[in-house]
Design a protein around this ligand. Sequence first.
Ligand code: SAH
Length: 330
Amino acid sequence: MDYEALRAFLEERGEPPFREEQVREWLARGATGYGEMTNLPAGLREDLEREVPISTLTVTRTATSSDGTVKALFETADRRPLEAVLMRYRDGRRSVCLSSQSGCPLTCTFCATGTMQFGRNLTGDEIIDQALHFRRIEPIDHAVFMGMGEPMMNLDAVFDACERLPEVGIANSKTTVSTVGWLPGIERMATEGPTVRLALSLHAPEDALRSEIMPVNDRYPIAELIEACLEWRTKRKRKVFVEYLMLEGVNDSPDQARQLAALLGTGHDFKVNLIPFNPSGTGYVGSSREAIEAFRQALGRAGVHATVRLTRGRDIDAACGQLAVRESVA
Ligand code: SAH
């Protein structure tokens, strides 16, 4: 919902200010159209239907995976593509994976989004509208900024969206902002903005390799990132999630596990998540299940506990790193 457009429309009609709040509440509860908003006068509902689109985004495609994951491809009003995903877990969790940008200006070599053209930052309304789309299907309670884009390059809009997610059912403690390691963003998040969780996409235990697969590392090297994460940890009193993508023959040896453990330390400041790689057309091969398990155990022996992430939505290209490419590169 473009709230500025809604506000302008209501003002022009001389409607009382609480009308905006009423619309907001209906949307947060999953209303699919103005017709359902029965505490608005019928005439107003009809005019709104005609004049103010219910979402800033148009759905151009949806797909449902055999594991229940739902992917939606959207277009903004200026026709920029983006995707969001609803992940359903057996324990009842309903998590939405949100995009913060259309495309991404960074060029991580393993990531499909990095191969498409960067469009622009999304607005807070465009981010919330992704969540609202899935809220119309069912209640949702977790959010991760792990869709397209680098959230910390668009932090004002991401903060704005995070502040509004609780009204849709997603508490800040259930919201995770994942970053490539955009240092100024991590520093800002330590002192400003809603108290959401922080995840660092590390993917390598030393600078030479990390710079090779994540060129942004030349700008913000590992030591500075770790320091900023520890600062965030101290200020926010929460563990930092560390994401570590498992790439065969690249970053998955037991030696590299020991290096990673040495880097993160045994002080329980980090929570490591090993991520099985999803084919992204970038030439990498994911580590085998055995290699991932051996890596996890090597970390454990060095005093660092790690979990292996469940992969969702692989059969519909909705898994991490597979977003939007098929449709939008063409
Ligand atoms: N730019 C942010 C958020 C978007 S990417 C970030 O880098 O954290 C979300 C996560 O998906 C990141 O950890 C990213 O490295 C990972 N990812 C990218 N491509 C992937 C792939 N093909 N398989 C699995 N994870 C991937």
